[in-house]
Design a protein around this ligand. Structure first.
Ligand code: FES
Length: 166
């Protein structure tokens, strides 16, 4: 339960919003829930909905809408390749397919070593620099633009090396 582990932080978040607008606290509370275990569980959705007098379905729909929220566990790093139309016209779908092959997974899956989950997402606002992806993991969110299979392979290797040395 979020409240068992983060009562003070939850109270601080709720204090920032007037009672009449407390539903606006949904985003920081979702962020808090995800920070805890890397994704937002059904229990956390219900708890947040209860705290804010919202319907759990409405809270859950936010997770589906925002690419930075997850409702399932994933790898240490989430690679999100934009395959929206402008990027697709610059070869993003082929690129995504090649990266999947290189990682030996399908879109939405996680590598056997638990390091990488690959997802296809909508516009990341860098349409002229496709193929591109954002990576979420240690160190926050990073953009990698004008990527090739070679540069992506080098990036993957560097992450594995870096992690092994920590
Ligand atoms: S369509 Fe891919 S970044 Fe905009």
């Amino acid at each position: 339960m979020l409240q068992d582990n983060h009562a003070t932080e939850i109270a601080q978040i709720l204090e920032r919003y007037p009672q009449a607008s407390k539903r606006a606290a949904v985003m920081p509370l979702l962020f808090l829930a995800q920070r805890e275990v890397g994704f937002i569980s059904r229990d956390a959705i219900n708890e947040i909905a209860g705290l804010l007098d919202l319907d759990p379905t409405d809270v859950g729909s936010l997770i589906g809408y925002y690419t930075l929220f997850y409702d399932k566990p994933g790898g240490k790093y989430r690679i999100q390749i934009c395959t929206d139309l402008p990027c697709a016209l610059r070869g993003a779908e082929k690129f995504s397919h090649e990266v999947c092959e290189m990682l030996n997974i399908q879109v939405g899956e996680t590598t056997e070593d638990g390091f990488f989950t690959l997802e296809e997402v909508m516009c990341l606002a860098a349409c002229d620099r496709a193929p591109l992806f954002q990576v979420q993991g240690k160190g926050g969110i990073q953009y990698h633009e004008n990527m090739t299979l070679e540069s992506t392979t080098a990036f993957i290797e560097s992450i594995r090396e870096q992690d092994a040395n920590e």
